[in-house]
Design a protein around this ligand. Sequence first.
Ligand SMILES: Cc1cc2nc3c(=O)[nH]c(=O)nc-3n(C[C@H](O)[C@H](O)[C@H](O)COP(=O)(O)O)c2cc1C
Length: 319
Amino acid sequence: MSDAVKGLEQIDPVAFRNALGSFITGVTIVTTCDPEGNFVGLTANSFNSVSLEPPMVLWSLGLNSGSLPAFRQAPWWAVHVLASEQEVLSGRFAKRGIDKFAGLEVSLGPGGIPLIDGCAARFICRTAFEYEGGDHAIFVGAVTAFERAQRAPLAFHQGRYARVLEPAAAVAPYAADDTKFGRHFLGHYLGRAHYELFNDIRREYRKRGLRGTDYTILTVLGIDDDCTLETLVARAARGGVEVAPRAVEDLELRGLLRLTDGRVHLTATGRQMVIELIAVAQASQARIEDRLAPGEIAMLRQLIERLIDTAPLTAEAAG
Ligand SMILES: Cc1cc2nc3c(=O)[nH]c(=O)nc-3n(C[C@H](O)[C@H](O)[C@H](O)COP(=O)(O)O)c2cc1C
């Protein structure tokens, strides 16, 4: 054993794994088929480029992987570089003992290997070499064909999925016309997003004869159904809504809330309406979540939280 390899015995495997996790990678699914034609595949982030001429790539496969015998025998395999919205697929192909291809539409590549669609890139390879690599087998493939799509890639960092943000310079600059409101005003742009995302909910409360202010009052009480009028007004103001005492009285007349000793409560009818509006909000939220990958939603939340946390944002509040 060389000194360099002996040194490894002192290395704490968990610390080593964590240090490796500092290296950001993409995420791939490598597929092949066994001699009986059964589809085989797994999630792998050990993929890397090797050579441009001739075109070659590599990845490593754990010796305890159930897929090892198939990859050792198969002449062909395909590396799918996953797109950001394919996180769920990555999770599926990282599980053992399940039918990873169940319900998945695939086309067939050379040797009958399964090819998955919707990826950021795909490389068809023929095994050129297999090397020993400790507890992994290293497969080097000669690339015979590849495809690339304009899709944002899925990333992996410190044991978690991540997303790649376009460098600011690569994002098309917005025409910042000083004489017009436009997308370059973040507050303006966020307001536009809020308006779009609220379409379903707005339609629903209007159908019930409510206005935006009424909806805000009900949602504040839906969170805390026993607050003073002052607290209610202050909480609504945090969302940018001015609540006039008249609006509270109107809702009381409609039997949706009750004002007793300066405190505001929902009535049974008011509570029922809040529950129905929450159901519409949840359905609307599910539709929004369908359009974004879980990581993108998390990223959006983080950015919005940072914007809120960096308050006071306004010159008035700062002064
Ligand atoms: C992001 C990510 C990257 C992974 N990279 C590799 C890898 O490069 N090589 C490997 O053998 N396993 C890797 N795995 C683990 C395999 O996907 C996992 O062990 C899988 O269950 C193996 O399936 P099999 O036993 O059916 O072959 C990775 C898992 C995840 C979530």
